[in-house]
Write a protein that binds this ligand. Structure first.
Ligand code: ADP
Ligand code: MG
Length: 705
């Protein structure tokens, strides 16, 4: 790599600097205005922008363009169109119009749409999100877009996110105005997603159908060494991994993605990349690209990058910590405790709104992180529990307690603490006793939503966060705007809200069994699986929340509910089929061969004994292994047939029943059957010769890099 990092950074992005450079002044100004005010782009302006964008992209090697969007599959989608346009003389020129830039019309019928497809036209359209820059990836000009049906219903993950950012901005500004701020025009949600992943050797991966089809192992006995020595976390990075990370950074930097931190994670073969935070929609676009680039670069280094939430049983899974805050267009972080009492009062009001939001919408936060993969992780004593709670840390907790009780905060005299007048103590940032067991932790100047799964788009969780916080800010603004004495009203509001919602605050160990009981006593929701969580989409309070803020219509919500249930059932079905396939075609025949070999060995020994060779030759090992393995083999055979039957029952159910019934069948019947089969097979693995076992072991997968 000859160029310096600043030189390559963003070199494949049609960013602000490039636009200023390549666009006529008036066009640039008008585009900027559109971006800042969220208005529709004028077609005349779009035409000029399109030409500049195309010329720039061609310089970067692009031959095609695509509207890059995020359908409900969780991954991104692109359909490439080349720039070529035929001329009368048989030649072509490279063309790209404003119309093509602004709007695309991919066929919507092949993307998940829930009930929407039946109700509306199959056609959908994509619309440029000019707040997220276009970029060139693999010789294609990618234009970040939102994806809607012709009726305007959202078919993707970006549309609701953008809507939620709007409403958050609107309501946060109302609060700022109450504090005398007159110049802020926009407040944006900021997101910094820390991405965890596993790297395993590609040749080993290719020998395992479970990894190929499901992205996780369905079988596998524990290796002699796991993560118990804690020698991987922050450990020295191996050269081969280092080479991967170097190239990953280079690729990400070229795409303007601020990859900042890299380190080994807790489990062997597990790593993390954290970017510098950005505006929510850009951070999420970037995270989607990051996951794609990670997989691609891994292959070049003969690795496979596993983004699944739980690739290996008994080994820590992967998450995506979603750091979230709000920042004004003047660059002020609203979750940064201020220096003046005035700023602190404002800070406390925002924190209080978040406390109320998390308490009242525990279910929405829970369902926003629900997926079949994440179910293996949540509550597994390695990741936050499925119960939502907030960690505030001792200082902030003490401040809120003192407001609630009307007592002074220690060290601040004896008078009732008047948050509008007294200076709050400086809150230490990044205290070392950071609570890592909380699903939603305050970390000094932002909240860290730690329950998100590593493979998921964090669009959903952030859409929920923005919306629920906007709702509370709206209620607060409604109340405070009417107040006669603002300071008194503010104090009373914070006091009352803390009193009503303090049950959601928990600073203890979220992994402990006691917390589960304590949370139940407090009346907090515990929705252990995706199937328990998803029906909450349809709670009347949630439907009216989303309708009120124009994030989702009821129809859109129902469609999402169905899409996600469907995805769950399909995924478990694939896992079940894969387990059956591996057991029948690979594992059972292999064990059988080994049993035969043991039999032969026993027979040979017997012949030797009867030929009078020696009475010292024993057959205990053969006999015991044969009987143990034969028994396991028979049980596994029964289990695999049971599983197969359940799978065909499930597909019958799918035809006739409600999607929730089918998903519940997969959860309650299929998953336990898979677990039982696995139990059998893992015991076989422990007792079968390495030479005969058809799959790379956990030890090889986790420690061979
Ligand atoms: P840790 O692993 O200790 O949580 P990291 O430094 O790995 O810390 O990750 C912190 C993440 O939080 C980074 O992605 C960082 O950019 C992000 N972050 C910092 N400030 C904000 C903010 N105001 N809004 C959103 N994310 C933020
Ligand atoms: Mg973190």
């Amino acid at each position: 790599m000859k160029e310096s990092v600043p030189e390559i950074f963003g070199s494949m992005v049609f960013n602000d600097a490039i636009m200023r450079d390549k666009l006529p002044k008036d066009i640039y100004r008008s585009l900027k205005k559109t971006i800042e005010d969220g208005r529709d782009l004028d077609i005349a302006v779009a035409n000029v922008v399109a030409i500049a964008m195309k010329d720039w992209a061609i310089e970067k090697g692009a031959t095609h363009f695509t509207h890059w969007f995020q359908p409900m599959t969780g991954v991104t989608a692109e359909k490439h169109d080349s720039f070529i346009s035929p001329q009368n003389d048989g030649r072509v020129i490279m063309e790209f119009s404003g119309k093509e830039l602004i709007k695309g019309e991919p066929d919507a019928s092949s993307f998940p749409s829930g009930g929407l497809r039946a109700t509306f036209e199959a056609r959908g359209y994509t619309a440029w999100d000019p707040t997220s820059y276009a970029f060139v990836k693999d010789d294609v000009l990618c234009i970040p877009t939102a994806f809607c049906s012709y009726g305007g219903e959202a078919l993707d993950k970006k549309t609701p996110l953008l809507r939620s950012m709007e409403t958050l901005s609107e309501q946060a500004i109302r609060i700022l105005r109450l504090f005398g701020n007159t110049d802020v025009k926009r407040v944006v949600a900021t997101v910094g997603p820390e991405q965890e992943y596993f790297l395993i050797d590609r040749t080993l991966y290719e020998k395992r159908k479970d990894l190929i089809y499901c992205g996780r192992t369905l079988f596998g006995a524990r290796p002699p060494k796991g993560q118990e020595l804690d020698d991987h976390y922050f450990g020295a990075i191996k050269p081969r991994v280092q080479a991967f990370m170097k190239e990953l950074n280079f690729e990400l930097w070229r795409l303007g993605i601020m990859s900042k931190t890299e380190h080994n994670e807790a489990a062997p073969a597990q790593h993390e990349m954290a970017p510098i935070f950005d505006t929510a929609n850009i951070a999420i676009d970037h995270n989607q690209i990051t996951m794609e680039v990670m997989k691609k670069v891994a292959k070049r280094h003969k690795f496979i990058c596993l983004l699944h939430e739980k690739p290996f049983d008994g080994v820590n899974g992967s998450g995506k910590h979603n750091n979230w805050s709000m920042i004004t267009d003047k660059g002020v972080n609203l979750l940064e405790p201020g220096k003046s009492p005035h700023e602190n009062a404002q800070f406390l009001l925002f924190v209080t709104a978040i406390i109320k939001a998390v308490d009242e919408y525990q279910d929405l936060l829970r369902l926003s992180i629900a997926s079949a993969g994440n179910d293996h992780r949540l509550g597994a004593a390695e990741a936050p529990p499925a119960i939502m709670s907030i960690f505030l840390g001792d200082d902030l907790d003490a401040i809120l307690k003192s407001i609630e009780s009307g007592m002074s905060y220690s060290g601040h005299g004896t008078s009732k603490m008047d948050i509008g007048v007294h200076v709050l103590p400086k809150l230490p940032k990044d205290t070392t006793d950071r609570n890592r067991t909380s699903p939603f932790a305050f970390t000094g100047n932002k909240f860290e939503f730690r329950s998100c799964g590593s493979s998921m788009s964090v669009s959903g969780p952030n859409t929920v966060l923005n919306t629920i916080v906007a709702e509370e800010l709206m209620q607060f603004a409604d109340e405070l705007e009417e107040a006669e004495d603002f300071t008194d009203a503010l104090y009373e509001l914070i006091k009352r809200t803390v009193k009503e919602h303090k049950r959601i605050i928990f600073n203890g160990d979220g992994y402990s069994k006691e917390w589960e009981q304590e949370a139940a006593r407090r009346g907090l929701l515990n929705l252990p699986t995706t199937v328990d969580a998803l029906p909450r989409y349809l709670e009347p309070k949630n439907i009216s929340l989303f309708k009120k803020h124009r994030i989702f219509t009821e129809i859109e919500l129902r469609s999402r509910y169905e899409i996600e249930l469907d995805a769950y059932s399909k995924l478990i079905n694939i896992e079940g089929m894969t387990a059956v396939d591996m057991a029948k075609k690979e594992i059972l025949p292999a064990v059988n061969k080994y049993i035969l070999q043991l039999l032969e060995s026993a027979e040979r020994k017997e012949r030797l004994i009867s030929a009078g060779f020696s009475d010292r030759i024993g057959e205990t090992m053969e006999k015991e292994l044969i009987s143990m393995l034969s028994e396991l083999e028979d049980t596994a055979y029964l289990k695999v047939n049971e599983l197969e039957e359940l799978l065909s029952e499930a597909s019958e159910l799918e035809k006739s029943s409600d999607k929730l019934v089918t998903a519940a069948f997969y959860k309650d019947r299929v998953i336990p059957a898979m677990k039982e089969l696995r139990g059998c097979i893992d015991r076989m693995e422990c007792n079968t010769s390495r030479e005969y076992w058809p799959l790379p072991s956990y030890g090889e997968l986790l420690f061979s890099v």
